[in-house]
Design a protein around this ligand. Sequence first.
Ligand code: FAD
Length: 427
Amino acid sequence: MTEVVVVGGGLAGLVAARTLSDRGADVTLFERRETVGGRVRSRQVEGFTLDRGFQVLFTAYPAVRRELDLDALDLRTFPPGATLCRPGERSTLSDPLRDPAAVTATLFNHEVTLRDKLRVLALRRDLARKSPDVILSGGDTNIEAYLRGRGFSRQFVENFAAPFYGGITLDRSLSTSQAVFEYTFKMLAAGETAVPARGMGAIPAQLGTQARAVGVEVVTDRPVEAVEPEGADGTDAGVVVETPGETVAADAAVVATDPPTARALTGVDTIPTDARSCVTQHLAVPATQELQSGARILLNAADDRPNQVAPVSAAAPEYAPDGRQLLSATFLGQQDADDDALAAEVREALASWFPENQFAGLELLATDRVEFAQFDQPPGFRDRLPAVDAPDGPVYLAGDYTQWSSIQGAMASGRHAALTVDGSDGR
Ligand SMILES: Cc1cc2nc3c(=O)[nH]c(=O)nc-3n(C[C@H](O)[C@H](O)[C@H](O)COP(=O)(O)OP(=O)(O)OC[C@H]3O[C@@H](n4cnc5c(N)ncnc54)[C@H](O)[C@@H]3O)c2cc1C
């Protein structure tokens, strides 16, 4: 039986391990933390479920549909669209095809022009016809140039696209690749935006359970220190994986760590390591605090402090204990200000968006400073990504950084790596 070591138990590593084991390999997965999940994790604080940063699952992602049992995740959904906020003003912008109740509000929204609304419908139609693979391999510019090229107004770009796609790409300047915009726009239109009732951590927990069920040995609290191909002459002689206290020999290894660690372990210098960062604060308010957004995400149309506030427990009541609700506020990039100063800014922004309400009861539960949330994805980034078999010897790469930075990219990469090790066509 082929013995394979998978290094890293994020979504990519878990999918790779489960797929390899399914195909008959003897698989050991080493994860350096005490739980699997990597960048997708949840924890409990004072009866609240806190995800690491603000993350959502797009149910239309093809890899999500293939790899996950969505029913078992007991998903809670956010309504389509968003509430655009500025001092003293809030307005709804939604998808008229999926949110009939918001058609009038959307039609009369003056943050974007009527032409913009018609262009959104045309974009939706065009992208519905374009396959995900074509989107990822297509010509490329940045999101701002793409939208302006399609005739969207500056108002649309600044008031809606900047905070909305700024939140998705962690880059409000919209310098990210058009491919990321097109892919996510297509998915937003085709499916739900959701979180599992038990938190985003339920996603890797499900993959971990499935991996163990098909025979994967999942070893947590075990950092891998080195991955060395045995054949110095480049032949596929096997691989030696070093961990504290144990050296393991295997036929192949899949390195599925975060990009900087993958680069350090394999020496493949095309692994991207420029990071997009964010700071997310988890805040509690009394359940009686009325946000009147119908659980829509609150986008800051005026400035980026914070970029957005998500009424998480309005969409997923299980995230908050009785009598309280959970908000998550995200600042883009790394922040010098301390936690309390950031929370004061969130309170000020909310109070300006909801002047009828001063948010005196807003309580800071926790702050996540996520240094490496996504790798930077400028136009053309896909042409520079490493191949799955870029390392020397029988060492393979899995991770969002071989596809694009998302749950979809991570899961698709895990499968691709497993099928490449297995000798099948890895796509
Ligand atoms: C704040 C935030 C918001 C996001 N929002 C979204 C979103 O809404 N939608 C979306 O689709 N994507 C989102 N993403 C991106 C998505 O979460 C990632 O692209 C994806 O989870 C990456 O998975 P991965 O398995 O490739 O890597 P990782 O999750 O980084 O997993 C790597 C694993 O390797 C382990 N590891 C590292 N070094 C070692 C070692 N030496 N030995 C053993 N194990 C090691 C790590 O502990 C980790 O478990 C977001 C990410 C963040 C952080």
